[in-house]
Design a protein around this ligand. Sequence first.
Ligand code: PNS
Length: 167
Amino acid sequence: MSKKAIVPGSFDPITAGHYDVIRRAAEIFDGVTVAILVNSGKAGTFSPDERLEAVNAAIRELVKEGVANVDARVFRGLTVDAAREVGANFIVKGLRNASDFDYEFGMAEITRRFDGEIETVLIPSRPEFLHVSSTYVREILKYGKGDGRAFAPGTEDMLKKIIEKKK
Ligand code: PNS
C-alpha cells in the first residue's frame, strides 16, 4: 500500500524550515500533500491564494531537486479531515523546540481520538532552522531586513512583491 502523508500548517508564509520538513517527508512517503489550513476566525497576513502560490513556488524548486511527489491544497476545517480527503494515513509536523513538542504531542492525541488510523510523525528541525518561523519571515518582510536563509527556496521575491502591494 502506498504511504501518503499531509504536512499541515498555516504557511503564513511557508519558510525554509517548512521546506526542509516537506523535502524530508517526501523522502519517507510515496506522496506528500502540503495542507494549507485556513482558520476562518483568523485572517492572517497572506490570503489562502497567496499562501498556496508561495507553497507551489517552493514545490517547483523541489521538482528541480528531483523531488516530484509533493503537491499542495488549501483546506478549511480540521487537519484530520484534510488527511482523510486526500487519503493520507500520516500527518507530518516539524519540531523545533519543547513548546512545539508540547503542542504537537497534544495534537497527535487529538488526531488519534478523531481517527485511530491516522498516525502523526514528528520530524526534528535541522539546527539552521531552529529560529525560523512564519512570524520571523513576516517581520523580515515588514522591516525589509535581509535574511535570505529564512525564506523557502523560490519564494523570497514573490513574497516581497506581495507585501509591497499590501503596504
Ligand atoms: O503552522 P501551524 O501554526 O503549525 O499550523 C497549525 C495547524 C493549522 C496545523 C493547526 O492549528 C491545525 O491543525 N488546525 C486545524 C484545526 C484542527 O484540526 N484542530 C484540531 C483540534 S480540534
